[in-house]
Design a protein. Structure first.
Ligand SMILES: NC(=O)c1ccc[n+]([C@@H]2O[C@H](COP(=O)([O-])OP(=O)(O)OC[C@H]3O[C@@H](n4cnc5c(N)ncnc54)[C@H](OP(=O)(O)O)[C@@H]3O)[C@@H](O)[C@H]2O)c1
Length: 292
């Protein structure tokens, strides 16, 4: 019997990219992708019934409440999805010896750093979304020692809503655009992250077992303004893109000024390949621009 991998958030950016990758791994793994109809993460009490039906060897938790600004007011919903549900999933996984990979965020850090955040660095989220993701991480480890938390940042994909697609639309509609220039981080093409996750599962399956916190993003450190300029250049658009300070673009949820993640350990422990952000952006935009 091939090991079974269950993946939540099948219609999200990352879940969708994993579903595109799954056929390449079909010789070694069975996959079940689920959405909120099969497993409603806002109702943690319903999770044990789901595990009564399936006994996976791996569970990749991509489903999440990701509306960072709305999270400031939809607190209970956000907590149930990002924290409470992750805790119950971890507990159910532990009961059947299932390895859990749960995805988290750079927003668990306060952004006051000046060098890349290490996986074990102290968490201090600035917003409620980050707070719930940090609690979810803690609950996952508390309930299942076979847990890997993969934190990522600035995720985009051909599928779903993201900065790249928003910029493309706005740059076509407008003659000029202001983009925050003093928040620094690294973009992540969800297809690369999906590939990194499958590398981890493949390594675990080979007996190369490591658990704990890991970081993954594309290589390179840029501002949102730099990212917007690269999107404009790739698309060959003429919109004027100016850098503005965060103070000129107030949002309900605070964002970290510096959210670069140190990725040394995911490479050292699992041999995950790093990809330059510009290479991946071009790959994604080539797909986007040919599909428009
Ligand atoms: N996007 C980013 O920039 C970013 C940055 C750092 C970390 N992350 C983390 O990376 C992971 C993947 O993010 P993503 O960008 O793929 O997110 P996404 O595109 O927003 O997808 C989230 C998924 O969660 C599902 N979901 C939401 N509420 C649910 C519920 N009550 N029950 C079941 N499923 C539910 C959504 O289902 P529907 O499609 O039905 O809404 C969707 O499939 C998440 O853990 C996120 O926190 C993301």
């Amino acid at each position: 019997m091939k090991p079974l991998i269950i993946i939540t958030g099948k219609n999200g950016q990352l879940g969708w990219e994993l579903s595109q990758l799954a056929p390449q791994f079909a010789e070694h793994f069975n996959f079940i992708f689920v959405d909120r109809e099969e497993l409603d993460l806002s109702n943690p009490a319903s999770i044990p019934d789901f595990f009564a039906k399936y006994q996976p060897q791996y569970f990749i938790s991509c489903g999440a409440y990701t509306a960072v600004d709305k999270a400031e007011t939809e607190r209970e919903l956000c907590y149930n999805i990002n924290a409470a549900s992750v805790g119950v999933i971890a507990k159910e996984c532990a009961a059947i010896n299932c390895k859990l990979i749960t995805i988290s965020t750079d927003y668990v850090f306060d952004g006051n750093g000046t060098s890349p955040y290490l996986p074990n660095q102290t968490k201090q989220p600035l917003n409620y979304y980050g707070e719930t993701k940090a609690i979810g991480e803690d609950l996952a480890f508390a309930n299942n020692p076979q847990t890997i938390v993969v934190r990522t940042s600035w995720v985009y994909s051909v599928h779903g809503a993201n900065f790249v697609k928003t910029m493309l639309r706005l740059m076509k509609e407008r003659e000029s655009l202001n983009v925050v220039g003093d928040q620094i981080g690294s973009p992540t093409y969800a297809a690369d992250l999906a590939s990194a996750l499958m590398t981890i599962v493949t390594e675990l399956e080979k007996g190369n077992e490591h658990y704990g916190y890991y970081h993954y993003s594309n290589d390179g450190v840029i501002s949102w303004h730099d990212f917007a300029i690269a999107i404009k250049t790739n698309a060959g658009l003429n919109c004027q893109v100016s850098a503005i300070p965060t103070s000129a673009y107030p949002t309900p949820a605070k964002r970290p000024a510096y959210s670069v993640l140190d990725k040394t350990s995911i490479v050292a422990d699992f041999g995950v390949k790093m990809v330059n952000w510009q290479v991946s952006l071009k790959k994604c935009m080539d797909l986007l621009l040919t599909s428009i």
